[in-house]
Structures are given as structure tokens and as C-alpha cells.
Design a protein around this ligand. Structure first.
Ligand code: NI
Length: 174
């Protein structure tokens, strides 16, 4: 198992729609372990497979506090079945968009249907931070990022800033 490199904007893969998993096998189980390791290593509370370059509908979440016991949840083929009308707002960051935080309003409560790492169908009622996190991660599976909530101008500005800060390989003249 290993910690994977997290892909950041403006990589085009982040805009792609991930494919459903047909059967939970050894590769999917390995992928889930890698996603958890990568997410914990980066101090994230959620990570989708596309963020490590794998276009499969798999994501991992852990919204527990640092001083609490871990509560990892892996969701395969997640689908949101119900949304509340009531909204909540969080300042959201994303491991694929460094140093950027955007206030986003989303349904406060949602119900998500998914398959767990053992291949069983599950249902989870999510409230508050967990609800926001599940919706953020499912957006990743559909190629949607938090900057897509912004105007094109603001979005381009953020992407430009991030691209500029990215380390370029050493330039050599031969
Ligand atoms: Ni994200």
C-alpha cells in the first residue's frame, strides 16, 4: 500500500466523469487503503479516486476530530437519494486546489446510498460537515470542483495563481 501523489488543478483529469465499479475486488480494496493513507497523510477529510488519477467512483471520508477516534468511511458508487431544503454553509478547501477556500452553501442533510468495501449496499444519513463532505466528494466523481461555483474570471485567476506557484522541473540547456 502506498501514499499517492494528489493531482491538482489545472490537470484535465479532474474534469472527467468517473466510471462505476462493477465488482469490489482486490484492486478496489487496495485503492481504498491507498486513498485513506493519502488522505490522512495530507490532513484531508475526504478524497476521491480521481484525485489520485483513477477514474472510478470511489471515495473515502473521515470527518472525525483529531482528538477523536478515527471514523473512516469508504463509499463505492455513491448516489444521493434525498436532500434537505435547509442549507448549511462551510468554507471549503480541496486537496486538488491548494490554498484556496470558498464559501459554499449545500443541503444541510442528505441521504446517500453506496456500496461499502465488502460489497454490501449501505445507506447513510449525513448531517452538517459530513453532508457537505459527501457532496463535495461526489462532485469530484462528476468532474466538478469547488471553483466551478465561482465566476469564470475568479476561477481563471485562482488556476493561474496555482499554476505559477507549482514547482517546475529544473531547466537545463544542453
Ligand atoms: Ni476536493
Amino acid at each position: 500500500m502506498s501514499i499517492k501523489e494528489i493531482i491538482t488543478v489545472p490537470d484535465e483529469i479532474l474534469k472527467k466523469v468517473s466510471e462505476p465499479i462493477e465488482k469490489v475486488g482486490i484492486n478496489e480494496k487496495k485503492l481504498i487503503i491507498d486513498l485513506f493513507e493519502t488522505m490522512y497523510d495530507s490532513n484531508g477529510i475526504g478524497l476521491a479516486a480521481v484525485q489520485v488519477g483513477i477514474l472510478k467512483r470511489v471515495l473515502v471520508i473521515d470527518v472525525s476530530n483529531k482528538d477523536e477516534e478515527k471514523s473512516p468511511i469508504a463509499l463505492i458508487n455513491p448516489v444521493i437519494r434525498n436532500f434537505s431544503n435547509e442549507l448549511s454553509v462551510y468554507e471549503e478547501g480541496c486537496l486538488s486546489i491548494p490554498e484556496t477556500f470558498i464559501e459554499i452553501e449545500r443541503p444541510k442533510i442528505c441521504e446517500v446510498e453506496y456500496v461499502d468495501e465488502k460489497g454490501s449496499k449501505k445507506n447513510l444519513k449525513c448531517d452538517g460537515l459530513l453532508s457537505t463532505c459527501v457532496q463535495h466528494e461526489i462532485n469530484h466523481l462528476d468532474g466538478k470542483l469547488i471553483i466551478d461555483h465561482l465566476s469564470k474570471l475568479k476561477k481563471d485567476f485562482i488556476i493561474k495563481k496555482i499554476s505559477k506557484n507549482k514547482k517546475n522541473p529544473d531547466r537545463v540547456v544542453v
